[in-house]
Design a binder for this molecule. Structure first.
Ligand SMILES: Nc1ncnc2c1ncn2[C@@H]1O[C@H](COP(=O)(O)OP(=O)(O)OP(=O)(O)O)[C@@H](O)[C@H]1O
Length: 330
């Protein structure tokens, strides 16, 4: 069954362009200069129930605007959308019972209250039956290991502890579709991984559809089965993450902290890897051709370094790469 479908969905904003300086401000008041900004340009998208979709794009690509239209917060300028059989901006209240939303940068928990009080409040807002609420709450507390934080005011929790409570809270009313905007932003690697596992588990056990935006390639790789990349308000790529992994997520970035006396001019050629900076501290490794172990083995003794870091390329770099590939193919 289809969880979400859009046809030619678009949003244009009318923004006032203010001229510089004080006189410009007065002129704008007197004779405003309006211009239109196309934030989303006719998106066609279809997501099946139970899918985990990453909705990606560089800053300003139109991700948040799309999510706001799909959750009924914004009216589109043109096009259609159906979310769980409802038109979001016309049936927002009914839709709220069926969907959940997590915003990494905004909290839905009451700041001064302990999470358990927000849970109670949510159960009233969504009119959950008492026994159903007790069952779901206990299960989520156990799975998300929330016991130690339940009675501490949210303001005293660490970001990781709060995010676990946030995500558990968004699952409380049993949404069939969960929108997540940067759910792991600012978290350390261990907490990120745990949160991804928990979301995956909910998707597996309850069949919750996940529609997620993130700037973290790790979220996409370990949480989503499909990736939709938008650019300048339109869909650029829509493909399985497995394929994306083979084509563009198969690189790691090795960053070296060079020793004072390191020979910066003569960087050795490393099979399957490419130096990305003239200073020779950033190496892009193609995992289809070599392994991190082999690369580090070759570096030791040939380049003097005092520290090393291995990470995924940033999502921005990945998108740039996809964009380049796409342009080449066209
Ligand atoms: N209320 C608004 N009024 C005018 N322009 C807006 C408004 N909201 C968004 N925009 C513009 O629409 C474009 C898309 O913004 P949007 O927030 O959807 O991007 P995004 O992909 O979510 O970016 P980010 O990754 O930075 O969160 C941007 O150019 C933004 O400045």
């Amino acid at each position: 069954m289809v969880a979400l479908r859009t046809r030619g969905l678009g949003k244009t904003f009318r923004v006032k362009r203010k001229e510089a300086g004080l006189s410009g401000s007065f002129r704008s008041l007197w004779k405003p200069n309006w211009e239109t900004k196309e934030a989303v340009r006719g998106i066609d998208l279809s997501v099946r129930e139970g899918e985990t979709v990453a909705f990606l794009g560089p800053n300003g690509a139109g991700k948040s605007t799309t999510i706001k239209m799909l959750t009924g917060i914004l009216h589109p300028s043109y096009g259609e959308a159906e979310v769980l059989g409802l038109t979001p901006w016309k049936e927002r209240e009914r839709l709220a019972y069926r969907i959940g939303a997590v915003f990494g940068q905004k909290s839905q928990l009451w700041y001064h209250l302990p999470p358990i009080d927000t849970f109670e409040l949510i159960s009233r807002i969504y009119e959950l039956k008492r026994d159903e609420y007790a069952r779901r709450k206990d299960e989520l507390i156990e799975r998300f290991e929330l016991g130690p934080y339940l009675h501490t005011p949210v303001r005293k929790l660490s970001l990781g502890e709060r995010m676990r409570c946030e995500i558990a809270a968004s699952f409380l009313h049993g949404p069939r579709l969960l929108f997540m905007d940067e759910p792991t932003i600012g978290l350390d690697a261990v907490v990120k991984q745990r949160i991804r596992e928990l979301i995956r588990e909910r998707n597996r056990e309850e069949g919750t559809t996940v529609f997620l935006t993130s700037h973290d390639a790790g979220d996409v790789e370990s949480l989503c089965s499909r990736a939709v990349v938008i650019h300048h308000g339109g869909v650029l790529v829509d493909e399985p993450v497995e394929r994306m992994k083979r084509e563009v997520l198969s690189r790691k970035i090795v960053t070296l902290k060079l020793a004072e006396d390191a020979l910066r001019t003569e960087l050795p050629d490393i099979a399957g890897a490419q130096w990305e900076t003239e200073e020779g501290c950033r190496l892009s490794v193609d995992l289809k051709r070599t392994t991190i172990e082999r690369v580090l083995g070759e570096l030791i003794g040939r380049v003097g370094f005092t520290d090393v870091n291995v990470e995924d390329p940033s999502l921005e770099e990945i998108i740039k790469h996809i964009y380049g590939m796409k342009k080449g193919a066209d």
